[in-house]
Design a protein around this ligand. Structure first.
Ligand SMILES: Cc1ncc(C[n+]2csc(CCOP(=O)(O)OP(=O)(O)O)c2C)c(N)n1
Length: 350
């Protein structure tokens, strides 16, 4: 039976009170989730400032979306693949991408798009939804090999209007690919509001047409996203196929540093979004359970600033690569025509 639940799963209310069933997560894991969310927000703010100073290129902030990403990644095993977009740095950080590489990306260094060995993160997708057929194919390959692995692909509400999204959903449904489609519905696709994106009442319900289950979750509630993704990954690993999760969240910042959201968003929207901030929510929850203190908060903020400072320093000290070094990451074995291009490009520095 295909199950689609649009009731919007919530475990933590915006005031940090438990309103659903607590997932099986110990105090240390809950604190780790919080640490990574704070580190991601600190990185986000620093990257925004660096772009404003002209030190790095275009950057897409993820502030406000930390719960929908960190919650999902905490449900994954380290050997399970994440398919990110340009706004996925909280998820990438949680899945093991070093902070300095996250800086290298908007610095146009090729290493910014490459996860170190052992870190199961696919290349960052800039073309909207273009990574979804890749994710479906990779997940299907893993099913053929009987690996019992789950895959997670992140994308926005705008991506659901792309053909690639529908092709990937169809393919994953037919071949029971072990893939979790995690749509971060952050209300906007640049200046296009969610209501103009689709006439469907929810994005999650689109799963029915492709023959698998879907669910709406409160994307600012890290525990709800964790629980929904854990259940979806369990099904995926057990051979029960894909799931579409719609995590309803909100992008606090501009679409990218090239965008001015005051031209299309009402200020009241932001006031409400700040009230439901995912980081504040988890902090209130932890404090309510005596798992977090003012002292720990101050120490974490200082530590996060220092980690971000050191990572930017390391990124700046990374030697420039020859342009030809882009080539080895495209195919497992470099084809002759690319090898020739590589030779040609190797004289140039980036
Ligand atoms: C195929 C393609 N078309 C258009 C664009 C330009 N573009 C970049 S981001 C964006 C909006 C995407 O919105 P959404 O999928 O909701 O993700 P969000 O940016 O909100 O995370 C568009 C249209 C692109 N990158 N790729």
């Amino acid at each position: 039976m295909i199950r689609v639940d649009v009731s919007r799963r919530q475990i933590l209310a915006p005031d940090g009170k438990l309103v659903g069933e607590m997932p099986a997560l110990g105090p240390d894991t809950l604190r780790d989730m919080y640490r990574i969310m704070v580190l991601a927000r600190t990185f986000d703010q620093r990257a925004l400032n660096l772009q404003r100073q002209g030190r790095i290129g275009t950057f897409a902030p993820a502030a406000g979306q930390e719960a929908s990403q960190v919650g999902a990644v905490f449900a994954m095993r380290r050997d399970e693949w994440l398919f990110p977009t340009y706004r996925s740095h909280p998820a990438m950080l949680a899945h093991g991408m070093p902070l300095d590489r996250l800086f290298l990306y908007p610095m146009a260094h090729p290493l910014g798009g490459v996860a170190p060995p052992g870190v199961a993160i696919y290349s960052v997708a800039i073309s909207i939804a273009a990574h979804l057929p890749h994710a479906a194919g990779a997940a299907w390959a893993s099913r053929i090999r009987r690996e019992s692995k789950g895959f997670v692909a992140l994308f926005g509400d705008g991506a659901t209007s792309e053909g690639d999204f529908h092709e990937a959903m169809n393919f994953a449904g037919v071949f029971r690919a072990p893939l979790v489609f995690l749509c971060e519905n952050n209300g906007w696709a640049i200046s296009v509001p969610r209501e103009h994106q689709t006439a469907s009442e929810t994005i999650a319900q689109k799963a029915v047409a492709y023959g698998f289950g879907g669910e709406v979750v409160d994307g600012n509630d890290v525990l709800a996203v964790y629980q929904a993704t854990s259940e979806a990954l369990e099904r995926a690993r057990a051979g029960e196929g894909p799931t579409l999760i719609e995590a309803q969240t909100y992008r606090l910042g501009p679409h990218t540093t090239a965008d001015d959201p005051t031209r299309y968003r009402k200020p009241e929207e932001l006031t409400e979004a700040e009230r439901i901030d995912p980081i504040l929510r988890l902090r209130l929850f932890l404090e309510g359970r005596d798992l977090w203190s003012e002292k720990e908060e101050a120490a974490l903020r200082a530590e996060a600033q220092e980690s971000v400072r050191a990572a930017y320093q390391k990124a700046q000290e990374t030697p420039p690569m020859a342009l030809g070094d882009l080539v080895p990451y495209v195919y497992a074995e470099v084809p002759p025509y690319l090898a020739a291009e590589r030779e040609e490009m190797n004289g140039w520095r980036v």
